[in-house]
Write a protein that binds this ligand. Structure first.
Ligand SMILES: C[S@@+](CC[C@H](N)C(=O)[O-])C[C@H]1O[C@@H](n2cnc3c(N)ncnc32)[C@H](O)[C@@H]1O
Length: 301
């Protein structure tokens, strides 16, 4: 899920009440994704760049089907896969109403799905900031292995094509009406964030192309030089998805996901010029608490 607006499911709280797996996104949260202008504009533009008339496109984890709609609008033949029956029913109705039968909708599991014939482009937006919670990495890694094993020929173009992740040490104000709750916090990257003060610039800790080697662990061990004094009590996770890269110009259509601010179990006071190491390690698709329990900031000099 693009982490638009924090909800109970982002905290992994919905599953116990619904009996759903933790990565299930109830239909009402899809509206948050559909009303996120940066996410929608970026996907529409990237699909217009990458998908040409007559191409075969596969959309894994189609949700309401909107990315399939963008691809069908380009003149592609589209197959869309969705696992959740309620979301699938909504996609079926919406696709029928918007594109007729231009999209073949399959009730299936993106972690095991293999197309019956080669495809040109794979759309997959099963993502969360930090590659947490959702199974994008598992799905695309497994898809590549199954596609090769099925002898379907050269790999399709993946959209997104690449992912770049960064982290920044911050002082975060977790106090609300006098009540302090150090809890994960999502931020619109395009809005002012008066509750956060960057204590050093962000640093990239991971970058990869989906058609290259995809990391199977999310880990960082970075040295920061503190720019300004403060209480280092949180880190800010930054995830940028390069949806479509234009090789001739080197430019890309990007989707910057909402930031995730994660509190530190052991905050530290820091001075300008001090050296700090920030470390964490978790598996792609892990819940946010896996990051919270592993992250450490240590003053080293
Ligand atoms: C973040 S939503 C994005 C939906 C859509 N791609 C979009 O961009 O609007 C991810 C979708 O993947 C679906 N999904 C999650 N796990 C799946 C799986 N194993 N197989 C198929 N669909 C899955 C969810 O139900 C959800 O609809």
């Amino acid at each position: 899920m693009s982490p638009t607006k924090l909800s109970a499911i982002d905290l992994g709280l919905a599953a116990p009440h619904t009996g759903m797996p933790a990565d299930v996104i109830p239909l009402q949260y899809h509206t948050n994704m559909l009303t996120d202008p940066h996410r929608m504009d970026s996907f529409a533009e990237a699909i217009a760049v990458a998908v040409k008339p007559g191409m075969r496109v596969l959309d894994l984890g189609t949700g309401t089907g909107v990315l399939s709609f963008f691809a069908a609008r380009q003149g592609a033949t589209v197959t869309a896969v969705e696992r959740e029956p309620g979301v699938l029913a909504a996609a079926r109705a919406a696709l029928n109403a918007n594109v007729g039968d231009a999209v073949t909708l399959v009730h299936g599991d993106a972690r095991t799905y293999v197309p019956s014939e080669p495809v040109d482009v794979v759309l997959c937006e099963m993502m969360h900031v930090g590659q947490l919670r959702e199974k994008q990495i598992e799905v695309i890694s497994g898809f590549k292995a199954r596609y090769a094993a099925a002898g379907l020929g050269p790999m399709p173009r993946f959209l997104p094509e690449a992912c770049v992740q960064a982290v920044q040490p911050v002082q975060q104000d977790f106090t609300y009406h006098g009540y302090t709750v150090p809890a994960p916090y999502f931020q619109d990257p395009f809005a002012p964030q008066p509750r956060s003060r960057g204590l050093a610039g962000p640093q990239v800790w991971q970058s990869f192309l989906y058609d290259g080697e995809i990391p199977q662990v999310c880990q960082a061990d970075l040295a920061f030089s503190i720019d300004q004094p403060g209480r280092l009590n949180a880190i800010r996770m930054v995830t940028k998805n390069l949806l479509a890269i234009e090789p001739s110009s080197g430019s890309s259509v990007d989707w910057l996901m909402n930031y995730l601010v994660v509190p530190l179990a052991r905050p530290v006071d820091v001075q300008a010029g001090q050296a700090v190491r920030v470390r964490f390690s978790y598996l792609p698709g892990d819940e946010i608490p896996a990051l919270m329990s592993s992250v450490q900031a240590i003053v080293t000099g």
